[in-house]
Structure formats: C-alpha cells, structure tokens
Ligand binder design. Sequence first.
Ligand SMILES: CC(C)(COP(=O)(O)OP(=O)(O)OC[C@H]1O[C@@H](n2cnc3c(N)ncnc32)[C@H](O)[C@@H]1OP(=O)(O)O)[C@@H](O)C(=O)NCCC(=O)NCCS
Length: 183
Amino acid sequence: MKHSYTSEFRNVKLKPLAAEDIELLRNWRNDAGNAKYLRKIPYITSEMQKAWFEKYLENEDEICFSIFEQDVLNRVVGSLSLYEFQGKQAEFGKILIGDEAAHGKKIGLHALLAVLKVAFEDLKLEKVILHVYEDNIAARHIYESAGFVKKDSHISCGMTENYMEITPEAYSEKCKEMKACKS
Ligand SMILES: CC(C)(COP(=O)(O)OP(=O)(O)OC[C@H]1O[C@@H](n2cnc3c(N)ncnc32)[C@H](O)[C@@H]1OP(=O)(O)O)[C@@H](O)C(=O)NCCC(=O)NCCS
C-alpha cells in the first residue's frame, strides 16, 4: 500500500518502497541463489515488475520497505515486507538483501529490528509472525537474534518450515539488550 512509515536502526534506514527501487529488486529476485528459500515464481520481466508494483500500491494488506545502508554503502541494498494483517497481528517476510557488498554487516538483523519498531510502536501490533525454512541458516540466525521464538514446524515444498512469533515485550527486551552492547 502507499505509506509513509520510515524507521532506522544503526546502519539501516527503512523507507517506503519507491518506483525507482523496483528494477533493482527485480534483478535480485530473479537470481536463483537469492530465491532459493523464497516462494517459487517464474522469471520476472520489467513489465511484470511494474504491474506488480501498481497492484502493490493498491493492496491495503502489505507494507513494503526498501532497506537503505546509511553508513558505508549509502544505497538501497534490499527490501522487506509486513503483510497479512489480522487484527493486531501481521506477518513479516520477503526479506531479501540482494547487494552482495551488504552481507556480513548485520543489515538483516538491523532491518528486522527497524521494521519491528514500525510494527509495535507505530502500528501497535501485539504479535508478528513469520515462516522460515529450517535450512535457511542466515535467515534463522537473524530471526532468532531479534527475539523470534519457534512455535511449530511443518513440511512445505519438501522442506521443513518453521513458524515463529515475537511479541512487543520480547522486542523491547531485545532493544534494551542491543543498546547495552555496542556491536
Ligand atoms: C536472510 C538474509 C536477508 C540475511 O541477510 P544478512 O543480514 O546480510 O545476512 P548475513 O550474511 O550477514 O548473515 C546473517 C547471520 O547469519 C550467519 N550465517 C549466515 N550463513 C551461515 C551459515 N551457513 N552458517 C552459520 N551462520 C551463518 C552470519 O554469520 C550472520 O551472523 P552474524 O551477523 O551474527 O555474524 C539474506 O541472507 C538474504 O537475502 N537471503 C536470501 C533471501 C531469503 O532467504 N530471505 C529469507 C526468507 S525467510
């Protein structure tokens, strides 16, 4: 949907996804390595991406952000979303850091904490959930580091998929912990 939420955590700034970002996102999403643990979709053409973005702007059930690295790279390095709003709950996902220079800088974790700030402080949600494949080590690492707790697992597309949740209380604890340590 069209929105104006922004949020920052350390080297990361989240901004509303803009039309000028979508070609970058398309190239990253078409990369087989990036897409290994994402929903299987056919190759995305420029036209398909433009049509998706137009539809997204009208979709009241999804908030997309670009992930901007603001310390060293000073550019958009990825994207993420909150979606499937149900009362005081939403799902987090579709996180993709496609810029290879951005890996290993804790950008995933910082982007996640920044979006949880929007979820809990701006949108006043009471729970954020996510689904992640057991084999997706990098993603699981950042979700666990942010304070998400595994609640369940099942088989999806032949792989074990975990269901995880986080509450505002667990998010606040994590923020206090992160403020107490500098790295
Ligand atoms: C998930 C993702 C967003 C994380 O991005 P990132 O923050 O740049 O990831 P990093 O490369 O810094 O790795 C995150 C952490 O996992 C750890 N990690 C990554 N791969 C690992 C492995 N194979 N074994 C052990 N630890 C690993 C890293 O050491 C890092 O931990 P640290 O920050 O404590 O040192 C990124 O990998 C991505 O875009 N993946 C493709 C799309 C995707 O799968 N999205 C998730 C859908 S649920």
